[in-house]
Design a protein around this ligand. Sequence first.
Ligand code: ADP
Length: 578
Amino acid sequence: MSAVLETAAATPAQDAVPMTDGFHLVIDALKHNDIDTIFGLVGIPITDLARLAQAQGMRFIGFRHEQNAGNAAAIAGYMTKQPGICLTVSAPGFLNGLAALANATVNCFPMILISGSSEREIVDLQQGDYEEMDQLNAAKPYAKAAYRINKAEDIGIGIARAIRAAVSGRPGGVYLDLPAQLLGQTLDAAHGKQSLVKVVDPVPRQLPAPDAVQRALDLLKGAKRPLILLGKGAAYAQADADIRAFVETTGIPYLPMSMAKGLLPDTHAQSASAARSFVLAEADVVVLIGARLNWLLAHGKGKTWGGPKQFIQIDISPTEIDSNVAIAAPVIGDIGSCVAALLAGIDGGFKQPGAEWTGAIAERKQKNLAKMAETLARNPAPMNFHSALRAIRDVLKTHPDINLVNEGANTLDYARSIIDQYQPRKRFDSGTWGIMGIGMGYAIGAAVTSGLPVVAIEGDSAFGFSGMELETICRYELPVTTIIFNNNGVYRGTDVNPTGGKDVAPTVFVKGARYDKMIEAFGGIGYHATTPAELAKALTEAIASGKPALINAVIDEAAGTESGRLTNLNPQSKATKK
Ligand code: ADP
């Protein structure tokens, strides 16, 4: 079908003038910028936009809740460096999508939330329109940028602006407001075509200043116990070969943040993951590559970080520098260019770290790995987190290209340290906010974007936030295997109501729930696993089938600690402590 509106009302004067409209121009503008997929949920006023997108050859993936569609768009953005697109209806649909947009912005993932909105003149006078809301202003605090397009001839420039804002510099979420009446506006087709804008060089290289590179190299050369910390910014940058070369040429031990796992295979000899506490405390110079010194890194200070240390920080965002502690050598630019510049400056005068440092790390690693192997080898009945994850780890080892989604409290903490990643940008998890609810959205986004299988390892509580998307997974026949770590509750299922009343404790779910039956309702394959052997068999079969599957992995309901490793973040009640 051509982008020209075939049903344009013809007046005698316009007879020969082909017309287009807002609907067509939005789709044309996205396609013009090589965007081929929209994640969303239809309704007034954007249903026809979704229909048209499909008719024009784009992929429209329809969800059951906008937050999940938004999460799918965000992870697609992270995987491709192209903004993921989420399309929603006005007011409540927009607000549902906004949670995902905020999460994308916080995680530095490029996405564009496009929402239809009600009539401006009624909204602005607060006269009570259908789904009335000032969406543009509501979005602003949670987005990197927010725009509204009011005229059809501005659609091309508006979409170009949204794309550039999402992917250039530090990536983030962009809100684009499309009032219903814009979509219906008509324009002559030639004028419409001319108004489209192809974004040139949307992710421009940003070269670091040579003196900043030299300062960093000088600091690194003087280090006795250097450490490289790779964050998800490093994974996002797609500078995999140079990052690996930098790590290997310098011989410096490295730690990957959770979504940077696999940038180098977790089995790499220089990985210090198994000696994490030791290296963070003992290092004297730390090179941060695309990782912020936020709560996930104890803000760069305190007990975790031990003695005094100096930081080299590579980041595209200058205001990230000195956010928590003083940074001795900031290197501002895109990670690819910065790492290439550092690599070029590593000359014969550079000495790899001595055996005193690497040997101490190796010793610590060996000790910790032996301890972990012992824990993993146990076979308690019922299963616990460790024995279940051992089974999953052994299966996933044979599928290095699998996409892994992971959320939960204990399920996240344990899976992150037990399951190795072998390839970059294959692990998608709770991220910067440490949130629950990304599971099925990320799983669908990853499956659609990569065309490869996905395994989602989910706490039973975390799964609940997006569980209805099992229907979406089945509808699009996506190769997603969801594993539910079922311990009957949030954190665990053993709490009791102290009053003896009928209501169960706040953390408790239905005991013995059969999540596997949920996917069967939509035509997927359900498995019920109570032992590591059953779990391994189910997972092997599920991946091989390439079909939507769900494994209800029953683990000990007493397994799990409150809030996983974040117990310290729960405020203590002074009254009950006494
Ligand atoms: P993690 O949670 O893995 O520690 P963060 O999300 O805290 O990682 O940090 C990612 C950092 O990477 C952000 O500060 C962001 O500005 C930066 N970043 C993202 N993409 C790039 C890029 N292409 N070049 C340079 N820095 C980047």
